[in-house]
Every structure is written in structure tokens, then in C-alpha cells.
Design a protein around this ligand. Structure first.
Ligand SMILES: Cc1ncc(C[n+]2csc(CCOP(=O)(O)OP(=O)(O)O)c2C)c(N)n1
Length: 334
């Protein structure tokens, strides 16, 4: 049986391998099924605005967040639903936020790209590409000053490599040995442009230039992501400073839910290859069965439970009330 790095739960106890890897499967299934519901809400015109789906990238958020404590921080992006769920957010309140309802994480005033959940250490999604790099680094600075042992993980897409602020914060993080991990989710495209047209040199070379511990990982392999994340989190927590992780992955859908015709920037064959041969949930399911951790029926049951959970969460959000008109200016700062 394959051995793998242990994950301490919130109380510091180590989960047995079967429980840990089935939990990873469940978390990835929950994200995939959440996103299916988001697409459905969009196509049925029940959701105002757009959303950016995380389907295909689930192993990155889950592999990393499973290596974190509940009080560790994350910052997220415009493609943030997977990060939120993997860190422990409630789908009820997330769907409510997407539909502009009072029960949402921002009382229905933020929508998909602004969900934050301080109770699970989630300092927020961010509509500005690269917009959260300073927030994550600041959180890590606070952790270091307060000596509370919290680590901050900063998720961003490879499009954020063009933001100068990333290089300012990596410089400071390395000088001050801050407990922050920069996670570059390289899904190959920034909107409709292949990253090779926007990124000179290598991705890791940019972090290595500042002396950061830098690693890359197959972002479709949840166990590989978890293993490297555990190593980087442990070294950050013990005072060895920041790290940079490049996770190679793929988004199945368009840049946003309305991006339906994609053939002018990527082929159907390419999409089919990632979906059929590189799907993180299918790959992990195959491993669970081969290793004797689960029979297929158990995985089907977990998927059915996740589907029921997401359907109930949508129902909750659809039936939830909007904020009252007198709250229109409350909590609005810009
Ligand atoms: C500063 C800034 N510039 C441009 C945009 C418009 N925009 C939104 S998403 C996006 C591409 C982001 O690509 P990437 O960072 O690789 O993330 P992905 O969408 O692939 O997850 C762009 C250019 C923005 N939101 N913020």
C-alpha cells in the first residue's frame, strides 16, 4: 500500500490514510458538483452576472487545503469556489452569495468573486488578477509577529505572473522569512491567451530569483499536491520561510460560464485529452479502488451524497430572501 504524508486534522490528530484519501475524493466531488450547479444557475438565468468555474483544477485546492489547519489563511482569485469549499466554506451561503441573497457570505452584495469566510481562514476571493498577493503576505507577516504559527497560502493563476506586486512581496517574504506559500495554478490560459505568449522564461525561475523554495507538481494528482504542500507548509510553519508552488492543471470550461465557443484559442482535442485522460477525480478514484481503500459503490455513494448536498444548497439559496432595500448602502465602501 502506498505511503503518503500524514495530514493533521484541526485538532492536530493524524487521519488514517483511508479516511484522508476518501475525504480528498469527497472534497473534489463536492467542488465539481458545486460548479455544475453554478453553470446550471447561469444557463437558467437564475444567477446575476458571471462566474469562473474551477472544474478540472480540484486536486490543487484540495491537495493544499488538506495540508492546512482550519486557522491557516488562504487568499483566492476570481476562480475561487474550489478554494472556498476546500477550506471549509458552506455551500448554502456560497450559493446564496451567488444569487445576491441576504444569507450569502457578503450578504449578497459581493457575488462569486468576493466570497470571504474568516471563520475558515479564507481572507477572500479577488476580482483583481494578482490582487491578493499583498493580503496573503500581510497575513503571513502578522502571523510571524504574533507567533501564532499560522501559514498563509496565496492562490493565483499564471496570469498574475505579470503583476509587479508579486515580485515586491516575494522579495519581502524571503527577506523576512514569512510563512507564506505562493501557489501558481497554471491552467495554461489567461482568459483566451496561452500563457507561453505572456510569460517569458520559466515560472519557477521567477521565484528562484528571490531565493524562495520553489517546486512544481502535477496538479491533477491530489496525493502529489498534498505531499509537496505538506512539506512546504511544515517548513513555513517551523520558520524556514516562504515557498512557491507551480501546479500544472487545466480548466475544463471557458474562462467564464459564458465562454462557450473556445475553438479559436484551444482545440476540442486538447479539452478531451484533459477530461478523458487527466481528470483528477477519475484518477484518484482509480487509485482508491486499486489500493483497496474503496469499492466503486462507496465512491458512487459519496458522489450521490455530494450531489444531494449541492442540490439542497441551491434550493436553500433560491428560496432565501434578498437583502431589504434599506440595506442597499450598508457594507458598501466603494
Ligand atoms: C489587474 C487585472 N487585469 C485584468 C483583469 C481581467 N482578467 C480577469 S481574469 C483574467 C485572466 C486571468 O488568468 P489567470 O491569472 O491565469 O487565471 P485563470 O483565469 O486562468 O484561473 C484577466 C486578464 C483583471 N481582472 N485584473
Amino acid at each position: 500500500m502506498t505511503t503518503a504524508t500524514s495530514k493533521p486534522d484541526a485538532a492536530g490528530a493524524v487521519l488514517p490514510a483511508a479516511e484522508r484519501w476518501l475525504r480528498a475524493y469527497r472534497q473534489m466531488a463536492r467542488i465539481r458538483l458545486f460548479e455544475e450547479q453554478v453553470n446550471e444557475l447561469y444557463t437558467r438565468a437564475l444567477m446575476p452576472g458571471l462566474a469562473h468555474l474551477y472544474s478540472g483544477e480540484e486536486a490543487v485546492a484540495v491537495g493544499i487545503c488538506e495540508a492546512l489547519r482550519i486557522d491557516d489563511y488562504i487568499t483566492s482569485t476570481h476562480r475561487g469556489h474550489g478554494h472556498c469549499l476546500a477550506k471549509g466554506a458552506s455551500p448554502d451561503r456560497m450559493f446564496a452569495e451567488l444569487l445576491g441573497k441576504e444569507a450569502g457570505y457578503c450578504r449578497g452584495k459581493g457575488g462569486s468573486m468576493h466570497i470571504a469566510d474568516p471563520a475558515t481562514g479564507n481572507l477572500g476571493a479577488n476580482a483583481i488578477v494578482g490582487g491578493s498577493v499583498g493580503i496573503a503576505t500581510g497575513a503571513a507577516f502578522a502571523s510571524k509577529r504574533l507567533r501564532n504559527g499560522r501559514v498563509a497560502v496565496c492562490f493565483f493563476g499564471e496570469g498574475a505572473l505579470g503583476q509587479g506586486s508579486l515580485y515586491e512581496v516575494m522579495n519581502l517574504a524571503q527577506l523576512w522569512k514569512l510563512p507564506v506559500i505562493y501557489v501558481c495554478e497554471n491552467n495554461l490560459y489567461n482568459e483566451y491567451t496561452h500563457y507561453s505568449e505572456t510569460t517569458a522564461g520559466t515560472i519557477l525561475g521567477r521565484a528562484e530569483a528571490f531565493g524562495l523554495e520553489a517546486a512544481s507538481v502535477d496538479g491533477q494528482d491530489v496525493r502529489a499536491v498534498h505531499e509537496v504542500a505538506t512539506r512546504l507548509v511544515n517548513r513555513a510553519r517551523s520558520g524556514d520561510g516562504p515557498a512557491f508552488l507551480q501546479a500544472d492543471t487545466y480548466r475544463y470550461s471557458g474562462h467564464h460560464v459564458g465562454d462557450i465557443n473556445r475553438e479559436y484559442y484551444r482545440s476540442k482535442q486538447e479539452e478531451a485529452h484533459w477530461k478523458n485522460d487527466r481528470d483528477p477525480i477519475t484518477l484518484h478514484a482509480g487509485w482508491l479502488v486499486a489500493e483497496g481503500y474503496a469499492m466503486p459503490a462507496l465512491l458512487e455513494q459519496i458522489t450521490a451524497e455530494a450531489r444531494a448536498e449541492m442540490e439542497a444548497a441551491v434550493k436553500f439559496a433560491v428560496n432565501a430572501p434578498y437583502p431589504s432595500v434599506d440595506q442597499v448602502e450598508q457594507d458598501v465602501y466603494a
